[in-house]
Design a protein around this ligand. Structure first.
Ligand SMILES: [Zn+2]
Length: 347
């Protein structure tokens, strides 16, 4: 199994870094944002002759790391032309305003639904503070400021952007978030998948590939998530650049694991809708079943260790909460439709 050229401190990682420092940069550079843990969330630097762009920027706390990587590649902040965010979730786009203020010539490229929240982050900040509380929000994310609309460019589905020798194709991918796109890069024949092609932490790759989808709140849709996986395969990419975490070479193998897990998530969602559980009891109900599923999967791969559970704790809780959230939403839609069949279903 060849996953993991970026395994922390491995000879392969050192070799890759040396290579990428000396050669013209066709492969994007993976930058560890050190969000929560090492090798948990990445941003990518793509460089052409005189210009550079970032894909993802994590949080405001990661901005110095991104600027350091840029400098090490021999670029000035003035040469950064684009900041691309796959979607607006704060571990992907929370640092956009801070990084943008450091890169005076940069434009943010975003999905139309993401652009709205970049320009006016009030709702985004409010809902994140409700989930995490004020103090934890500051620790995790730092300051998020509104972005001048003139510095945000909306990218359409299938739109292609020329960037030096590269063609970057934007592909809308729902399922994890309604405001999500992936970006195919012609030069590396790779695709930046954000959260649309699962999470594969390097520490969990020691016994073969271990990858799982994120079903976190609030937009999870199993059918759309499966469609997005197919769209990513259909792009013809030979490698995926995962935000969580690093370069994934065998897309078909990963897709098979992801689709199996999404089948389980879909069944869990159906069962949750039918169950009698309400409010936080529904979250607990989903969490119990999802933990059991992870237990079985981790055991099968010889990964059922305290270290693995510590790494996965947050994702498992978020994934369960995402399924419970959608179950509640669909129950409400069903009730609304039953009361008034002419009302449009709200997804
Ligand atoms: Zn996300």
């Amino acid at each position: 199994m060849s996953f993991g050229p970026f395994r922390f401190g491995s000879p392969a990682q050192k070799h890759y870094i040396e290579l990428s420092m000396n050669l013209p940069m066709t492969l994007p550079l993976t930058i560890d944002c050190n969000y929560v843990l090492p090798q948990f969330a990445a941003a990518y630097l793509v460089a052409e002759q005189e210009r550079a762009l970032f894909v993802e920027n994590n949080t405001a706390h990661a901005t110095p790391r991104l600027l350091r990587a840029l400098k090490e590649k021999g670029f000035a902040p003035e040469q950064v032309e684009y900041l691309i965010v796959t979607h607006i979730h704060l571990d992907h786009a929370g640092g956009t305003s801070k990084l943008l203020s450091a890169c005076p010539n940069a434009t943010v490229l975003a999905h139309p639904r993401a652009a709205t929240h970049l320009i006016d982050p009030t709702r985004l900040i409010k809902s994140a503070k409700q989930v995490y509380g004020d103090a934890a929000f500051d620790t995790l994310y730092g300051e998020i400021l509104p972005i001048d609309a003139a510095r945000v460019r909306i990218m359409g589905d299938q739109e292609v952007l020329k960037f030096g020798a590269r063609s970057l194709k934007f592909i809308y991918t729902r399922g994890h978030a309604n405001h999500h796109f992936c970006i195919h890069d012609s030069e590396s024949n790779g695709i930046f998948t954000g959260d649309s092609f699962g999470l594969a932490y390097p520490l969990l790759q020691r016994n073969g590939l271990f990858i799982f989808p994120t079903t976190s709140p609030t937009d999870f849709d199993p059918l759309e998530a499966k469609l997005s996986i197919q769209k990513i395969l259909d792009s013809g990419a030979k490698q995926a650049f995962l935000t969580h975490y690093g370069v994934l070479p065998d897309l078909q193998n990963a897709a098979n694991q992801l689709l199996r897990h999404l089948d389980f998530s879909e069944k869990l969602l159906e069962a949750a809708i039918q169950s009698a559980e309400q409010d936080s009891a529904l979250d607990e109900w989903c969490l119990k079943r999802l933990k059991q599923y992870f237990q079985e999967t981790l055991s099968r791969q010889g990964l059922d260790t305290a270290e693995a559970w510590a790494l996965l704790k947050m994702d498992i809780e978020l994934n369960a909460a995402g399924i419970a959230h959608v179950a509640r939403k669909r129950r409400q839609n069903f009730l609304r439709l039953r009361q008034n069949p002419l009302t449009k279903s709200q997804t």
